[in-house]
Design a protein around this ligand. Sequence first.
Ligand SMILES: *[C@@H]1O[C@H](CO)[C@@H](O)[C@H](O)[C@H]1NC(C)=O
Ligand SMILES: *[C@@H]1O[C@H](CO)[C@@H](O)[C@H](O)[C@H]1NC(C)=O
Ligand SMILES: *[C@@H]1O[C@H](CO)[C@@H](O)[C@H](O)[C@H]1NC(C)=O
Ligand SMILES: *[C@@H]1O[C@H](CO)[C@@H](O)[C@H](O)[C@H]1NC(C)=O
Ligand SMILES: *[C@@H]1O[C@H](CO)[C@@H](O)[C@H](O)[C@H]1NC(C)=O
Ligand SMILES: *[C@@H]1O[C@H](CO)[C@@H](O)[C@H](O)[C@H]1NC(C)=O
Ligand SMILES: *[C@@H]1O[C@H](CO)[C@@H](O)[C@H](O)[C@H]1NC(C)=O
Ligand SMILES: *[C@@H]1O[C@H](CO)[C@@H](O)[C@H](O)[C@H]1NC(C)=O
Ligand SMILES: *[C@@H]1O[C@H](CO)[C@@H](O)[C@H](O)[C@H]1NC(C)=O
Length: 630
Amino acid sequence: MGKKMDLLFIFLLGAIFSSILADPVEDKQALLDFLEHVHHSRSFNWSKETSVCNSWTGVTCDNDHSRVIALRLPGMGLRGPIPPKTLSRLSAIQILCLRSNGISGSFPSDFSELKNLTMLYLQFNKFSGPLPDFSVWNNLTIVNLSNNGFNGSVPPSASKLTHLTAFNLSNNSLSGDIPDLNIPSLQQLDLANNNLTGIVPKSLERFPSWAFFGNNLSSENALPPALPGQPANAQPSKKAKKLSEPALLAIVIGGCVMLFVLIALLMICCYSKRQKEQEFPAKSQIKEVSLKKKASENHDKNNRLVFFEGCNLAFDLEDLLRASAEVLGKGTFGVTYKAALEDATTVAVKRLKEVTSAKREFEQQMEVIGRISHENVSALRAYYYSKDEKLVVHDYYDQGSVSALLHGKRGEGRTSLDWETRLKIAVGAARGIAHIHSQNNGKLVHGNIKASNIFLNSEGYGCVSDIGLAAVMSPMPPPVMRAAGYRAPEVADTRKATQASDVYSFGVLLLEILTGKSPIHATGGEEIVHLVRWVHSVVREEWTAEVFDVELLRYPNIEEEMVEMLQIGMSCVVRMPEQRPKMSDLVRMVEEIRRANAGSQPSSETKADTTASTPIPQAAEIGPSSSVPQ
Ligand SMILES: *[C@@H]1O[C@H](CO)[C@@H](O)[C@H](O)[C@H]1NC(C)=O
Ligand SMILES: *[C@@H]1O[C@H](CO)[C@@H](O)[C@H](O)[C@H]1NC(C)=O
Ligand SMILES: *[C@@H]1O[C@H](CO)[C@@H](O)[C@H](O)[C@H]1NC(C)=O
Ligand SMILES: *[C@@H]1O[C@H](CO)[C@@H](O)[C@H](O)[C@H]1NC(C)=O
Ligand SMILES: *[C@@H]1O[C@H](CO)[C@@H](O)[C@H](O)[C@H]1NC(C)=O
Ligand SMILES: *[C@@H]1O[C@H](CO)[C@@H](O)[C@H](O)[C@H]1NC(C)=O
Ligand SMILES: *[C@@H]1O[C@H](CO)[C@@H](O)[C@H](O)[C@H]1NC(C)=O
Ligand SMILES: *[C@@H]1O[C@H](CO)[C@@H](O)[C@H](O)[C@H]1NC(C)=O
Ligand SMILES: *[C@@H]1O[C@H](CO)[C@@H](O)[C@H](O)[C@H]1NC(C)=O
């Protein structure tokens, strides 16, 4: 007993010591100096004796407790100016929130030393005087200075904030013209209730009109946004951002030469690829190509990249064409690229080939698809239609498709896909497809369900992409080899996808998840195997256990669940379309695979998996939802 107590004591002492030792001494002193010199009406529990990182209210340190990285003191009754040379010594600080206090005086000039500042919340205070020169903080993402008394103009230096996503200057006394803030990453802007004059610059026309409400702006802004590529109106542009014509010409010519070389390379590449019937572009084959095909010379001015509401991506076609792109894969409907935009957003862009429908029809279909919002459906972000170019823009998924997860890197270095993950993929895909089938008065068809069109959403559930393109491609192009295995037999004749043929494809997907085999694959001896037929033959011979992916054999107690999924899969791939189950029923069936067997399932692995996506703590607390009154 006594020995135990001793140990505990030593342990506690150690813990206390290490936490004190680990305290950032200089940051601590800076905070104490701040508190000593600032007027405050509420008491702070910042004591010299306690650990700044562990017990001071509002203070957050980095992981090794070497620096203070966030200070959040909303509604703490601070008054008067911020004492100089106090907070500015917290040079590693990233988040500074002093909102809803009574702080007055001008913007602290020494904040320019906080080079790592990413979020700044000073709204609802009594700051006055000019805004600071923003160019000193190149990491700023969120700035809320609203509801203060800042006057003077909006500094053009704000346009240097290339990571800025939210900029709120509403309810101040700012005057003068609005500078041209050409920041692609900017998603939220609020300049309402100031005294601004002039017009809304072209780069900001994408923001809703209430962002400019309550100013003295000339009504010219009522004009519709200018078309891309046109020079900014009469306003002399401050930065010579546009390229001169000779430079542009050089780029176009350079682009053409590059394109020619690339095409040659691609042709060589495709030729050698054909020999091997490869599933995925191997690393060496992934080419850095520019989407800027033909230097966008025929990018028709009447065709704009069309975004869907709620879409917070901020880029235009120019950005997209300028982005460096990597070929992700070639599918039935075209080549998909991963495009990294300059503002660090990554999107998947599919360049459609052989679109047969007219623009109107295409747009209608895209509108239907664009309206879909479901956690198991990959949102269509934008599309583009012109005579020579049809693009659809989707979210990009880091982990790659289910096809890549199932078949990629078999052999060395592979992390096998466990049963929990596979089950979640199946449940998610079923929900996503069922939702798609409920759209457009219950008539929408996916038309191209296959493992390479299913991704994992943030919770690890299947998420369906590439919706409804079959309809604008009708008659459907003959599938590429590997996709053929998903196609229902009747589609081979009619060339028309239906909801029942979607169900067939979903069944093939389930079989693929279970067997780990591609729908059409070659065995050792050059023999082509059709997955559905193979599963049928094995099951008929009562070797059921043989169909399951060897990777799954190591997980205990999942046999019943696998057999259940097998039965569901096989009910989907029956020959007669009318005998296949409906997607809505399939959702229930797939969900019940787990429920029915819940008692017998020890799922220690699952728990570890699901906690993997904890939110970033820093971002969590900042919003207006805290209990502090504004
Ligand atoms: C200070 O207050 C915070 C929360 O209000 C609390 O977590 C912390 O333990 C307190 N510190 C001390 C030294 O009392
Ligand atoms: C700013 O942040 C980076 C990365 O987190 C870090 O390496 C650097 O030391 C920080 N700068 C200061 C002045 O603390
Ligand atoms: C701030 O930006 C610099 C480069 O501009 C970078 O090295 C640093 O890591 C960034 N700091 C943080 C905290 O992200
Ligand atoms: C801003 O306000 C201060 C008083 O708070 C005043 O002295 C100054 O002239 C104002 N500046 C502008 C540009 O209006
Ligand atoms: C703007 O500020 C005034 C006082 O400064 C306040 O009464 C008003 O509610 C604020 N408006 C908004 C929209 O926050
Ligand atoms: C700007 O901040 C004010 C209050 O701080 C808030 O009411 C307003 O919604 C914010 N604007 C945006 C676009 O978030
Ligand atoms: C707005 O500017 C006008 C002059 O341009 C001035 O008379 C007025 O007082 C200003 N209003 C505010 C709220 O600053
Ligand atoms: C609006 O601006 C015009 C000139 O740009 C000025 O004459 C007028 O006084 C301003 N109105 C207000 C309410 O500030
Ligand atoms: C401050 O402004 C940001 C950006 O506009 C906004 O997201 C946030 O809600 C605002 N904060 C408050 C408390 O209104």
